[in-house]
Design a protein around this ligand. Structure first.
Ligand code: IMP
Length: 424
């Protein structure tokens, strides 16, 4: 019996997909608990590359039960697109279940995401334009449409028509946008509901029963700690809780079920979208990391901002998630650099030095990273399979990260495939 969580410790895109895929291969049940199709997990397996948004990674294993919990905002059109794409590659969805409580992302959420971003001008958040924020707004306003509603045409029609009318008022009269054809959308989405209805099941019950039966459960994180609505760099965050605690709320299980929390970080830092990034590089080293690490967004294709490893933020992630282990990915990307730097603290404009990540943007303003330097390495790490195979400089780099972040590093990634994860 074991239930583990995999969480992102930075601003997302840490390579969670690869770690999740490895752990999913040992799991009976894989659960996605929050976020939506703003997530993009790239999984390389059996010579194929899969880009998953909403479908839990366990789908690649035919006997694994895959669950989408109540905390997810679900875009049925996108989900069915993923179904079609994966079906062509011989993958079945019979084992995928969706909680009736999960909220539905509707076309007006997507429209309002774009319109509100435009309205913010240069203060935009840089969202993925997937309607995530507006869908969660409706959920918390208690006017959302849930998966249960979607699969019941009469209920759906009534709710979608009344909400849609109001949204059209906002779209046209507040933002000057184009009204959505509600009749057409309702018909289209009723069709999606009918295609998905056989997948409806109570995820909280299924997870609880699986745990009681001694099954291995994996909760796969999406987004990351610094994108959390409360503990991230608000307002440059997503609208959900990508923390370990969010997994319990989003799937309907208690914290005592969880046996381990894995935090995934890259050996450097990246961020897409706007918002603070203390160790960001604007020089040739940043470009080198971006090119070598293929740092371009899975969802939007945007070039990712790049910078040095920041132990202040990863230590923050260790604390807010109660991490039991760290996985450091993409160490191989740093090969070829003369010197490596790690941020160990921030120096404030008044000269004081802090090690705890400030709770507000104002507290972060003017903070300069304090760096420790390490010798670089030029070895090709892609063939290393044991920790002892890594060059001494890499081993001491990892040992220092463990000290600074106050968490053991249990896995090190040296390449894109599942086999290129060194387990300790
Ligand atoms: P939203 O989640 O689309 O509202 O976007 C809010 C912020 O979170 C933007 O900066 C996005 O780029 C970022 N974001 C959302 N999901 C992910 C993810 O899975 N990986 C990385 N960044 C993400």
């Amino acid at each position: 019996m074991s239930a583990n969580i995999v969480i992102g410790t930075q601003w997302g895109d840490e390579g969670k997909g690869k770690i999740i895929d490895l752990l999913a291969s040992r799991a009976d049940v894989v659960v996605r608990a929050q976020g939506g199709n703003n997530a993009g997990h790239t999984v390389a397996s059996g010579g194929e590359t899969y880009k998953l948004h909403l479908v839990p990674s366990g789908i690649l294993y035919k006997d694994t039960l895959c669950l989408i919990g109540a905390g997810v905002v679900l875009d049925p059109k996108d989900l069915l697109g993923e179904f079609d794409d994966l079906s062509k590659r011989g993958i079945s969805f019979d084992n995928l279940k969706i909680d009736p409580r999960a909220h539905i992302t509707m076309p007006w959420h997507i429209a309002l995401d774009g319109l509100s971003e435009k309205f913010r001008g240069n203060k935009d958040i840089g969202t993925t334009h997937r309607g995530i924020g507006p869908a969660y707004m409706d959920k918390y306003e208690r006017s959302g449409i849930r998966f249960y509603d979607l699969v019941h045409p009469d209920i759906f029609r009534e709710k979608a028509m009344s909400t849609g009318r109001l949204k059209n008022e906002i779209i046209t009269k507040v933002y000057g946008g184009e009204a959505i054809d509600l009749e057409a959308v309702i018909e289209e989405y009723i069709g999606y509901g009918q295609r998905l209805k056989s997948h409806m099941a109570d995820v909280s019950v299924l997870t609880y029963e699986a745990d009681k039966a001694g099954k291995t459960i994996l909760f796969e994180g999406a987004q990351a700690t610094l994108l959390d609505i409360d503990f991230g760099t608000y307002p440059y965050v997503t609208s959900s809780h990508p923390l370990s605690a969010g997994v319990c709320i989003g799937s309907g299980v208690g914290p005592m079920m969880i046996k381990g929390v894995y935090g995934v970080a890259k050996a450097y830092t990246t961020r897409v979208g706007k918002g603070p990034f203390p160790t960001e590089l604007f020089d040739a080293t940043g470009d080198y990391i971006r090119d070598k690490g293929h740092e371009f967004g899975t969802i939007t294709g945007r070039p990712r901002r790049t910078g040095w490893f920041d132990s202040v933020i990863v230590r923050h992630a260790v604390r807010v998630n109660g991490l039991s282990a760290l996985c450091i990915n993409k160490l191989d990307t740093l090969a070829g650099l003369d010197t490596l730097k790690v941020c160990v603290a921030y120096k404030r404009p008044d000269g004081s030095v802090i090690r705890d990540f400030p709770p507000t943007l104002e507290g972060l303003e003017g903070c300069e990273p304090v760096y420790e330097e390490f010798p670089g390495f030029s070895d090709d790490l892609s063939g290393c399979r044991r920790f002892e195979d890594l060059p001494e400089v890499c081993r001491s780099y990892i040992a220092r990260l463990e000290e600074l972040c106050e968490c053991p590093v249990k896995m090190v990634g040296v390449g894109p495939s599942r086999e290129q994860i060194i387990e300790r």
